[in-house]
Write a protein that binds this ligand. Structure first.
Ligand code: ADP
Ligand code: MG
Length: 360
């Protein structure tokens, strides 16, 4: 099957509203969101309603988010489809909490564990059930900060320069990034913890760098089936914790601060432009500016391409954040209009072997 005749599947959006945090309660904030029972709908203030694929109100637990919104994507990756989960929202809205970006193994059986550790557990459970297949699993973990790609799994002092290349058959490739082969869930969780701690160091050194960077945890799953193991598929799962979407205050920034401000806005601004170009019915075949930022280049396949994609739009319920919340709700609403065409990704080497076999 080629991408031309693949079924169109839109980007799905899960809205997630966290509870009021102590700071908001102390400041006397009220909730400005109402949730419609048994409907994936949220009402802001007294009138404006938004509908998504899923809506998780402040009482929803991590397990519910995982089993309703994430689980279907995992079924897909075992069939050879790529998948992407993007957490979007202003700083403090629950992106990192939802994704599991502060996970340490001390939390192992805690109900507050987020998406990534749950995904890891499920992948290895599913793998065990498929004794007839051979699996090869690898992970990478990167951060985009100031338009630089940082390798969160590399501890070496002189890290190789990382660059992005586009392969006509295999799509976007990141050259120079650590890709660690793993054979067990604890080993993969170890990579997550290692990368998470590399992020945290950044945030103490550089004033909330984590809210200014995008983090992408990628799992590559190679699966060989059949008696001669030539039936081979390769799928990628990107788990993305985006930078905080709040408008940068118009301070008189100079030098590094200014550069930082521009480049943060570059990734998110460009993501917004890509979403607009892809979601606008009247602009069919419009130019999509993927190349304007590293974030959108890396996510090219996840947006309007070959992937099952879910956006978790995170919001605070507090009335003091209402303006940012409405921005997030609108942004998420536009993302739902993006149409992807996911296909089963046959390993190009296996496909070539099959072709040669048939010729003989
Ligand atoms: P972000 O990554 O979007 O900046 P965080 O994930 O760090 O935000 O969340 C901000 C604070 O809110 C943290 O203290 C986090 O523990 C808390 N929080 C976020 N989502 C939830 C939730 N669903 N339930 C309980 N606490 C949450
Ligand atoms: Mg965060």
């Amino acid at each position: 099957m080629t991408n031309e005749d693949a079924k169109v599947i839109p980007v799905r959006v899960a809205l997630r509203c966290r509870p009021l945090v102590p700071k908001e309660i102390n400041e006397g904030c009220q909730s400005c969101l109402t949730f419609v029972p048994n409907e994936p709908q949220v009402i802001v203030g007294t009138e404006k309603a938004f509908t998504y694929d899923y809506v998780f109100d402040p009482t929803s637990e991590q397990e519910e988010v995982f089993s309703t919104a994430i689980s279907p994507l995992l079924n897909g990756i075992f069939k050879g489809y790529h998948a992407t989960v993007l957490a979007y929202g202003q700083t403090g809205s629950g992106k990192t909490y939802s994704m599991g970006g502060t996970y340490t193994s001390a939390q192992e059986n805690d109900p507050s564990v987020g998406v990534i550790p749950r995904v890891i557990r499920r992948i290895f459970e599913e793998k065990e059930k498929r004794a007839d297949s051979e699996f090869c699993l690898a992970v990478s973990y990167l951060e985009i900060y100031n338009e630089d790609i940082l390798d969160l799994l590399s501890s070496s002092k002189d890290k190789p320069a990382i660059s992005i290349r586009e392969d006509p058959k295999e799509g976007i490739k990141i050259v120079g990034l650590t890709e660690r082969q793993v054979v067990s869930a604890p080993e993969m969780v170890g990579c997550l913890e290692l990368g998470n701690s590399a992020r945290t160091v950044g945030s103490t050194a550089m004033n909330a760098a984590s809210s200014r960077s995008h983090a992408i945890f990628t799992i590559t799953l190679e699966q060989r089936r059949g008696s001669d193991k030539v039936d081979s598929v390769v799928s990628k799962l990107h788990l993305v914790d985006l930078a905080g979407s709040e408008r940068q205050k118009k301070t008189k920034a100079e030098g590094d601060r200014l550069k930082e401000g521009i480049s943060i806005n570059r990734g998110l601004l460009c993501l917004g432009n890509v979403i607009s170009a892809l979601g606008d019915e009247s602009k069919k075949n419009a130019f999509v500016p993927y190349r304007d930022s590293k974030l959108t280049r890396l996510l090219q396949d996840s947006l309007g391409g070959n992937s099952h994609t879910l956006m978790i739009a995170c919001v605070s319920p507090a009335d003091s954040n209402m303006e940012e919340t409405i921005n997030t709700l609108r942004y998420a609403d536009r993302a739902r209009k993006i149409k992807n065409k996911p296909i089963v990704n046959v390993d190009p080497r296996a496909a070539e072997m099959n072709r040669l076999k048939q010729q003989v």
